[in-house]
Design a protein around this ligand. Structure first.
Ligand code: ADP
Ligand code: MG
Length: 160
């Protein structure tokens, strides 16, 4: 398992990284987002989704649990499991089949609330708040595909 750490000084840095992430990830892929409330999970995912070519509003799935988008490669599924009371809800709601049946990139906030996901996560992204605008990001590649995409991302960051 390899990992990559980067400091983001402000929202602009987050946006720049989001574009590089959009260019590095592949379908199908599962990315979990970890960090406190307000760390910037939704903000980063929103920027990645926009960089993948989605036009229009990218809403936080806080209340809906899931927002879906069509992209040229397939689908983007953006989950927020904060409201889960029980890890079984993931299976009860049919979310597992949704991941299996679609050519999709899934971003999952609060994935620790559905532990079944832990085994199949390609990237685990941890966001730490340094101060109002600064964030530290850790990306862990946890599968062969995750490692491959992480190498692409590291190359893109090093080239800039
Ligand atoms: N560098 C940064 N990257 C991401 N968000 C940032 C950054 N600097 C400030 N923010 C702010 O932090 C907040 C993050 O909120 P949000 O993305 O909803 O967090 P979460 O989904 O982790 O609860 C937003 O108000 C965003 O504008
Ligand atoms: Mg959020």
């Amino acid at each position: 398992m390899s990992s990559f750490k980067i400091t983001l000084n402000d929202l602009n840095d987050t946006q720049i990284l989001a574009k590089k992430i959009a260019d590095s990830i592949e379908v199908p892929m599962i990315v979990t987002m970890n960090g406190d409330l307000g760390a910037g999970k939704t903000t980063l995912v929103r920027e990645i989704i926009l960089a993948l070519g989605v036009t229009g509003r990218v809403k936080s799935p806080t209340f809906t649990l899931l927002e879906e988008y069509d992209i040229s490669l397939g689908k983007v599924l953006h989950f927020d499991l904060y409201r889960f009371a029980d890890p079984e809800e993931w299976l009860d709601l049919g979310f597992d089949e949704l991941l299996d049946g679609n050519n999709c990139i899934a971003f999952i906030e609060w994935a620790e609330r559905a532990q079944v996901l832990l085994k199949c996560t390609d990237w685990k992204i941890d966001i730490n708040v340094i101060n109002e605008n600064m964030r530290e990001l850790n990306i862990n590649g946890q599968t062969d595909l995750g490692e491959k995409c992480l190498r692409k991302l590291i190359k893109a960051v090093e080239a800039s």
